[in-house]
Design a binder for this molecule. Sequence first.
Ligand code: CTP
Length: 401
Amino acid sequence: MLTGKNILLGITGGIAAYKTTFLVRLLIKAGANVKVILTESAGDFVSPLTLATLSKNPVLSSFVSEEAGSTDWNNHVALGLWADLMLIAPATANTLSKMANGACDNLLLATYLSAKCRVFFAPAMDLDMYKHPSSKTSFEKLKSYDNVMIPAASGELASGLHGEGRMAEPEEIVAFITDYFSKGLPMSGKKVLITAGPTYEAIDPVRFIGNHASGRMGFELAEVAANLGAQVVLISGPSHCTVSHKSIRLEKVVSADEMYHAAHKNYPDTDIVICAAAVADYRPKSVAEQKTKKNDAEISIALVKTKDILLSLGKEKKKQYLVGFALETENEIANAKAKLKKKHLDAIVLNSLNDTGAGFGTSTNKITFLDKNSTIIPFELKNKAEVAQDIFSEILKRIDA
Ligand code: CTP
């Protein structure tokens, strides 16, 4: 989300300035370009050399370049235009009051007044300063200028007192601004539901019927949807895959029945649903309470059908754009088309086991995307992250049309 974004970080003189080294590191790690402006007193709390090294850019403090003998000007107007977002963290009571009142006695303030981008500020001060009516007035005035406040947290303060006033943690600040950038994304405001992984159908307390699905395709789909700005619910059977994106809520299930209930619970307010799970079609008719002991006789297990989750979602479909998967070994296109129709889908993603590198247990997949208007789009063999991108770009063309 922050890749390639230009972030101008203004650091003012409070003890929380030491945390900005972590903040800069997180921003750089997230792919942002970072330039730092330090007020004079901020330099007492954090070293310009550390910030320059972490941000990979010179740190600016005064209107004239700090290099010995230089008469170059640190152009606050150019800095303001360069930034996609300006962040003032920590923002002291003094700087906030100056910002609120149009004072312009240092490079940070001049740049703030020149900035055309959205400005965020993360106050940091002692609890009584934070509560003071004049601080509150500054906050309100700045919000009325369309600046965004990242509220301070409660906790132990540098004074030893406990209360509100601690600067938000670097991770929270990054989450806040990531949210801001995500709002302009193509799937911002959309809810996406994805099923992933295998299901395990218990035979007895220690055994189950399962399959080799890794869950990777569904997890990649969730990641792409979240990166496109969607809020994602990922319902997964047992899988080693993990999620890191904060817009993905993972609901872990084991059996087809649990997946069915989780899917229906989340379905009504969902915009896009992709069923990528390899759901067991059958489950043991009864589950033995105790571990089944071996003996010399052959045994057989009676199986009954599980509920078809995708079919049931298709029957209840209202506004949702519903996508299924089909894993085929023969008559691929005809079988996929039949499933699309039978399950009331808007589209189906076909993988054929006849294609090397497609299907289960691989990091790659080769898909054909079919929609309800009989459009058939074959794709090359790609890694599953790229396949997930292809699937969402096809969906986006259709839901926006
Ligand atoms: N599916 C489901 N619930 C089930 C079975 C399948 O939601 N109980 C979904 C899968 O997640 C996938 C699609 O249905 O999106 C696959 O359809 P299905 O008819 O089950 O395909 P196959 O399992 O390949 O069927 P068959 O074995 O008959 O080819």
